[in-house]
Design a protein. Structure first.
Length: 425
């Protein structure tokens, strides 16, 4: 009993130990003896304490490599060799470590130091799995690349077939021809519109004051304004002869240009003429109403132009220039007059009316038997008219109880030269 008590007391003294007799604790200073820990993990059981029943025979097993459907024998062999190399290296390392790190046994107790547990099988298996997985991934990438290459080749083949079939063939010159066709079409439409606009302006479809260089409808419209009455063949032939011989004569004369008071027109008055330029309206008259002496051309004398208002008279005025407002009727015309086209020097076209009274009592006031009447009518830009009247009286006894002493000289050639200088504003 005494011995047991003394041994019990001695076992309680654990703070003193002989050197080399006690294994170092986990909290003591470590001694580096290798790449693996030499201190036994307290959480790991000692081999001597593990029962035989709990022991498991662990054998190295190499997992089977899952081969892809299109994998070759060469890839399979590479995977197996890689796994065997990894297993062999793991086995060698494990045995070396076990040899180097064999536990020291206590001389007295005879117990071996617990060796850390290592899981070499799981490490090698993971390495093999990683190698196999990488090989499978590489193979999948190769498959995808081959698949894309096949798709591209197939698409190229389809495109080549379409090119050969010429289903979507486009001629290179087609675009240029289409552009030229559109250009010609545009030019034709533009020309038609331009011609149509010109004709519309000329026909006064829209009222305007535009003076065109060439008129098509104006002559026709003027002709429609006054009815034409057929005259006896003798009178008509005489008028046509006069028009053809005298209206076409060209020449110049000396004179001065006179403008109406409201600037509706201007005209060149020959030397030697004596005229009145009205101040209350646009008009010109000879200074002598009772004769044609005021219309005598004298190259050595400048024309005499008087400024005065209009004066009422019943005398037969031989020559006059009158401006009629828009809508004002031309009272110098009658239904028996014949008419022809008369053009001014600036290209303006008008109408020339002609009529000769028969050698009998004249019809209406102001008319004389046998007199010749020449009336020229031109349209202005403000829808008004400029009317020029020239009369040649014959000697007769029907001048309202006043006998006309002599016949007027025929100055038609000079008169028409003067009229051609007319410019309508």
């Amino acid at each position: 009993m005494a011995d047991s008590k003394s041994s019990k007391k001695q076992s309680l003294l654990t703070d003193v130990a002989k050197p080399g007799k006690t294994a170092p604790s986990a909290s003591s200073r470590p001694i580096i003896v290798g790449h693996k820990p030499s201190i036994q993990d307290p959480m790991v059981n000692d081999e001597s304490t593990v029962s035989e029943e709990l022991r498991v025979d662990v054998k190295r097993t190499v997992p089977k490599v899952v081969e892809p459907l299109s994998s070759g024998s060469e890839q399979k062999q590479v995977a197996i060799e890689a796994s065997e190399k990894v297993g062999a290296s793991d086995t060698t390392d494990t045995e070396t470590d076990r040899t180097q790190l064999s536990p020291e046994t206590d001389n007295k107790s005879g117990k071996a130091v617990a060796e850390p547990a290592t899981n070499t099988d799981s490490t090698s298996t993971a390495t093999v799995d990683a190698v196999i997985g990488q090989a499978v991934k590489d193979k999948d990438k190769d498959k995808q690349a081959e698949k894309k290459a096949d798709e591209l080749a197939k698409r190229e083949e389809e495109v080549q077939k379409l090119i050969e079939s010429k289903k979507y063939f486009v001629n290179i010159e087609q675009s240029t021809r289409k552009k030229r066709k559109n250009l010609w079409l545009f030019l034709i439409i533009f020309i038609l519109l331009l011609v149509g606009t010109y004709l519309a302006v000329d026909a006064q479809v829209v009222k305007n004051n535009i003076k065109l260089p060439f008129e098509v409808f104006k002559e026709v419209q003027t002709a429609k304004s006054t009815p034409i009455v057929t005259q006896p063949s003798s009178i008509k032939n005489d008028a046509d002869k006069e028009n053809s011989t005298k209206n076409n004569q060209k020449g110049s004369f000396e004179g001065e240009v006179v403008e109406s008071v409201n600037k509706k027109f201007n005209i060149k008055i020959p030397n030697g003429w004596q005229m009145v330029n009205l101040t209350d309206s646009d008009g010109l008259y000879p200074a002598d109403f009772d004769s044609s002496d005021s219309l005598e051309y004298d190259v050595s004398k400048k024309p005499v132009i008087k400024q005065q208002p209009a004066i009422g008279t019943d005398a037969p005025i031989r020559f006059s220039i009158n401006y009629l407002e828009a809508g004002q009727e031309n009272g110098f015309l009658n239904e028996q007059m014949t008419k022809t086209v008369f053009a001014l020097d600036d290209g303006t076209k008008g109408v020339r009316y002609y009529y000769q009274e028969p050698l009998k009592d004249a019809e209406g006031p102001g008319a004389y038997p046998g007199e010749k009447q020449y009336i020229y009518e031109f349209e202005s830009s403000d829808d008004g008219k400029v009317v020029v009247v020239y009369r040649i009286l014959e000697k007769n006894k029907y001048n309202f109880a006043n006998e006309l002493p002599k016949s007027d000289p025929d100055r038609l050639e000079l008169i028409e030269k003067v009229i051609k200088t007319l410019k309508i504003n």
